[in-house]
Write a protein that binds this ligand. Sequence first.
Ligand code: DC
Length: 219
Amino acid sequence: MGYNVAIDGPAGAGKSTIAKLVAKEKGFIYVDTGAMYRGLAVYFLKKGLKKADVPGIIEACRDAEVTISYDNGIQQVYLNGENVTRLLRTEEVGNMASHISAIPEVRQKLLELQRSLASEQNVIMDGRDIGTNILPGANVKIYLTASVETRANRRYRELKEKGEPCDLEKITKDIRERDERDMNRETAPLKQADDAILIDSSDMTIQEVVSKICSYCNI
Ligand code: DC
């Protein structure tokens, strides 16, 4: 059994930035589970499936194989053998991922992959249901959050830096809608595990959050 750190929290809370830095400092493997949902979302979008077509998505799920590997320590997501990592980080894919992740069959598909990665090695895994559902026995559980305004501003700056068109009002609306969906779905909704440590990063620097999490990792 590996040493497992679970980080859950809403979109834009900084989970992946923080988890990557903790992984570096502690020598953990960083597992980004949102990227796996995004990989499946790419598949359904390519097939022209609409987010409301739940039977179609469940059917298509059977032919989608998501695997991951690491290139210089950076997680790569493969969809039926094709590396789709560069396609994952768009708002369209993120929104589709949020919709399809509410479908139990989709979640089931990724559950074994996530659990087996954590059983084999020391990992820091981020997502929405890691502490509550995927790794209930994790050594450290963190619930990382920040205000909607902070998260929207961070997303806006990120997109702007990449030179992508963005509108703060639309990003704020999307974040609110995604929170609503992720927190209120029936299967494995986003919530703080009873034994998770709450960190609100709204007024903290990245390094402050990283140091705080590292201080809980007794390894
Ligand atoms: O963390 P992210 O933005 O890459 O995740 C995209 C969507 O995937 C998110 O809105 C909800 C879903 N997701 C999930 O339901 N469970 C996870 N463990 C990770 C992500």
